[in-house]
Design a protein around this ligand. Structure first.
Ligand code: PHE
Length: 345
C-alpha cells in the first residue's frame, strides 16, 4: 500500500521537473496546480493516513521536499518571466521589424575642439596637465612675471574670491606653467587644457568664462625656430595641409620675445571678410620664448634651460569651425543646440 502512494509522489515529482512556462497564463496554471488552495501536493498530504506508521516520517519528508521544489520552481519561473517581459516569445519574433533607435548623447563643441588639439600635440609627445581653477595670485600672476601694478590684476578683470586679495579664479591657463615648473624637472612638454575666467561683460562675442589650451616646452637649447615649427605642424593638422601661418610681434609679461600667430583663413566669401576683418588672416594664439624671469621664479636655471609657451582660446575656434555666431550658446546647454553635434567625434 505504502509503496503505491510513494510511487504517486514520485510521479508528481517527475512531472514537476518537466514543467515549463511561456507566459503569465502558464505561470498562473503552474501556481494553481502546485501551490494553489487545492493543489496536488496538498492532496498527497491527505494520503498520509494510508502510509504505514514506520514510513510516515519518510513520507512527510518527501512531501516537504516536493513542496519546496515546487515553490523554488515557481520563483524561478517568475523571475524568468519578469526578465523577459516586454520581449516577445521566439515564435512571433519579427526579425524584419525596424530596430528601436537608442539615443546617444553628443560631445560638446568645446570638447570636440579640445580633444582635437590634445590629439595633435599628443602625437608629438605633449602630455596633458590639469590644474586647479581656483588659483592664488602667485601662480596666476607673480610667477608669470606680471608686475603688481599690471592692469590684468585689477578687480575689473579678475574674479577674486570673497574677502580675498590673493585667491582668484584663474584668468589664463598660464598658471599651469608655474604649477608644473615648480614641481617637475625639465625636460617638460605639456599641454594644459582648461576653463578660465575673466570679469567681462557677457555678449555674443565674449563671456566671463571660456576655455584655453596652454602649451609649454622646456629643455636645453629650445629655440624660437622649434616653436615656429611646432606651431606650423599644429596649424596644418588643425586647419589642413595647405594652412599658412604668420607670427606678429606682440607682448606678454611671461614671454620674451612674444608673438601672436595668425592662420590664413582665406577671403572666399563675405563671411571670410567679416571674420578676418578683410585681411584673410585669423588670430589663433599667443606665444613666445619663456621669459628667463619666469624660469627663475619657478626654480629653473635660465642659463641651462630655455623653452617656449603658447596659449589659445577654444570657444573662438569652435565658433569658426561650426559657424556658431553667439558664444553664449556654448554655455547654455540647450539640448536642441547640442543635439546638432551628435555623431561628431
Ligand atoms: N596667457 C595668454 C592669454 O591668456 C596666452 C599665452 C600663453 C601667451 C602662453 C603666450 C604664452 O592671452
Amino acid at each position: 500500500m505504502s509503496s503505491e502512494i510513494f510511487a504517486k509522489v514520485q510521479r508528481v515529482l517527475e512531472i514537476l521537473h518537466t514543467e515549463t512556462i511561456t507566459d503569465a497564463t502558464s505561470l498562473e496554471s503552474f501556481r494553481i496546480k502546485y501551490l494553489g488552495s487545492k493543489n496536488e501536493i496538498k492532496a498527497l498530504f491527505g494520503e498520509i493516513k494510508n502510509v504505514d506508521n514506520d514510513r510516515k516520517k519518510e513520507f512527510g519528508q518527501l512531501l516537504n521536499d516536493l513542496k519546496q521544489a515546487a515553490e523554488e520552481k515557481f520563483e524561478l519561473f517568475k523571475e524568468q518571466l519578469e526578465s523577459t517581459s516586454g520581449s516577445q516569445s521566439a515564435t512571433d519574433l519579427d526579425l524584419t521589424a525596424p530596430v528601436e533607435m537608442f539615443s546617444s548623447g553628443s560631445r560638446h563643441p568645446v570638447s570636440l575642439i579640445l580633444n582635437k588639439i590634445i590629439n595633435i600635440f599628443g602625437r608629438i609627445g605633449f602630455t596633458v596637465a590639469e590644474e586647479r581653477e581656483i588659483e592664488d595670485d602667485w601662480h596666476n600672476f607673480s610667477a608669470m612675471n606680471t608686475p603688481e601694478d599690471h592692469p590684468a590684476r585689477d578687480m575689473q578683470d579678475t574674479f577674486y574670491l570673497k574677502d580675498s586679495t590673493t585667491e582668484l579664479l584663474r584668468t589664463h591657463t598660464s598658471s599651469v606653467q608655474a604649477r608644473i615648473m615648480t614641481t617637475q624637472k625639465p625636460p617638460i612638454r605639456i599641454i594644459a587644457p582648461g576653463r578660465v575666467y575673466r570679469n567681462e561683460t557677457i555678449s555674443s562675442r565674449s563671456h566671463c568664462q571660456f576655455h584655453q589650451v596652454e602649451g609649454l616646452y622646456i629643455d636645453k637649447n629650445v629655440s624660437f625656430a622649434d616653436m615656429k615649427q611646432t606651431l606650423l605642424y599644429f596649424a596644418r593638422e588643425m586647419y589642413g595641409p595647405q594652412a599658412e601661418i604668420r607670427l606678429r610681434p606682440s607682448f606678454f609679461p611671461f614671454t620674451e620675445p612674444s608673438a601672436e600667430m595668425d592662420v590664413y583663413w582665406g577671403l572666399n566669401n563675405e563671411d571670410d571678410y567679416r571674420i578676418t576683418k578683410g585681411t584673410g588672416w585669423l588670430e589663433i594664439l599667443g606665444c613666445g620664448m619663456v621669459d628667463p624671469n619666469v624660469l627663475i621664479n619657478c626654480g629653473i636655471d635660465p642659463e641651462v634651460y630655455s623653452g617656449f609657451a603658447f596659449g589659445m582660446g577654444i570657444e573662438r575656434q569652435a565658433m569658426l569651425q561650426y559657424k556658431i555666431t553667439d558664444i553664449r550658446q556654448l554655455f547654455e546647454n540647450d539640448a536642441r543646440f547640442l543635439r546638432q553635434f551628435s555623431g561628431v567625434i
